[in-house]
Write a protein that binds this ligand. Structure first.
Ligand SMILES: [Zn+2]
Length: 64
């Protein structure tokens, strides 16, 4: 079986945005994803990966 992405040797880490985040930080910016529950911007690596903020993740419902 052939892998179509074989020529793209990107390392797969726990947070795919970590390297991008490190770069934009040098410009005083942050990488963020939106919470899929409340729509807030998330900047912490854990929340970014989960697309949910800590509060919404705990409640599992997001009734603010
Ligand atoms: Zn949220």
């Amino acid at each position: 079986m052939r892998h179509l992405n074989d020529n793209q040797n990107e390392p797969v880490g726990p947070d795919p945005l970590a390297s991008l985040d490190a770069e934009v930080r040098r410009h005083g910016a942050r990488v963020a994803t939106k919470c899929r529950v409340c729509g807030r911007w998330l900047v912490s690596p854990k929340s970014r990966a989960a697309h949910e903020g800590p509060t919404c993740r705990t409640k599992d419902g997001g009734a603010a």
